[in-house]
Every structure is written in structure tokens, then in C-alpha cells.
Design a protein. Structure first.
Length: 128
């Protein structure tokens, strides 16, 4: 049973937190195998290498929007999540932060930066 962001499991109350999840504005990015591009049905292809299933059936075709993540979390009794930003999904820090602003009670975010961000910006909490 899910209510007010708390899931009940057995006789005690537990808050279920997904410690690593992604929202994907659109599949397109760079990973250790090169560039990735959406090919539909939740799948991506690393250019010239292989295909991989990134998004489960019925969750999205070439994207996994944050509103769909809220629905999936509700269906599975997950109260909160940590949104991770991986370069294989595309560089969509802005999209991840938009998700945080829309649903601040549901998740916290992490972001991905490049080595071009100087250390003074990082230590001040700013990114380029």
C-alpha cells in the first residue's frame, strides 16, 4: 500500500528508496563503446558496435520522461529515488534538474560534469 510517500511492507512501515535510476529526455549520448543513438522500442545502438535495451517495454520508446518515472514508482511502492545522469543516455543535466524542480519530494539528483569544469567552480557548487 502506498500513501503519502510511505510504503507499508508487512506489519512495519518502510520508506522504499531507489538509490540509482535515470530519466531520459532522449537516448543519445557517449559511453565507453562510443556514441549511442535511439533505435526505438527502448533500445539504443552504439555506433557500429551493438544494441542494448535501456528502457523496459511500456515505459518509453526513445525516452523515459520523469512523469513516467513517477507513475512507475507509484505502481511499485517506491517513495523516493536518486536520479543519476549517465552519459550513455545523453547529456541532459538540465532535464534531470527540471525533474527535481517538478517533484522535489520524490527524488534527489546527481549530475555529470566534464573535466572542463575548473576546480574552483566545482568547490563553489557551480558547473560550467
Amino acid at each position: 500500500m502506498v500513501g503519502e510517500g510511505i510504503s507499508t511492507v508487512g506489519t512495519g512501515k518502510y520508506t522504499i528508496v531507489d538509490a540509482h535510476t535515470h530519466v531520459i529526455e532522449r537516448i543519445a549520448g557517449i559511453g565507453r563503446k562510443g556514441e549511442s543513438r535511439a533505435i526505438g522500442n527502448g533500445r539504443a545502438r552504439w555506433i557500429g558496435v551493438e544494441e542494448v535495451k535501456l528502457i523496459p517495454d511500456s515505459w518509453g520508446d526513445t525516452s523515459f520522461p520523469y512523469d513516467k518515472l513517477v507513475q512507475v514508482m507509484d505502481e511499485h511502492g517506491i517513495a523516493k529515488a536518486v536520479l543519476m545522469q549517465g552519459s550513455f543516455c545523453g547529456f541532459c543535466n538540465d532535464y534531470t534538474f527540471e525533474a527535481q524542480r517538478k517533484h522535489p519530494d520524490r527524488w534527489n539528483t546527481s549530475s555529470r560534469t566534464t573535466s572542463s569544469v575548473d576546480s574552483s567552480s566545482r568547490s563553489a557548487g557551480r558547473t560550467a
